[in-house]
Write a protein that binds this ligand. Sequence first.
Ligand SMILES: [Zn+2]
Length: 167
Amino acid sequence: VTCDRIRNQLGAFADRELSATERSAVEEHLRSCEKCREEMARLERLASTVQESVIPEVPAGLAARIVARGQTQLASPKPRRLLHIDWWEALPSTMRAAAVIVLMVGLSVGTWLGWNSAGVTRVPMVAATVPDPDPASSIHADYLSDSPGGSPAEVYLTLAAPTDGGR
Ligand SMILES: [Zn+2]
């Protein structure tokens, strides 16, 4: 019974995680019990094997490269996103309104088409997946995916979402 208890503590003993009292109890037992000494030696061999073989060597300068990469990305925000915001902000407000109206009409028609063609199993409101004779429909889809936060298109999407009660 003593050996079982000691062997349960051998791992912690090897890692120096035991309290002083527990530690001296283990040491005391190891002096008198050869089997536990063997077990302890086995654990130590295992630990040294793990240290030598399993942990791969970190390439030189890896940490520095990671930090440098992170700093580069922090310093320059995503250029594509920035471009789209500039593009949206650069539009005159009348054009923005017109674009939103076109978007809303396209969405309504798309939803309506989805209603009628799908019958009972209603197609979710995704204008991009609905066939649209209007060649500008792909532009509408771009509005959907790339509209900057807080833009009228996104506000409209937020408002329109509850009407898609199928889900
Ligand atoms: Zn023992």
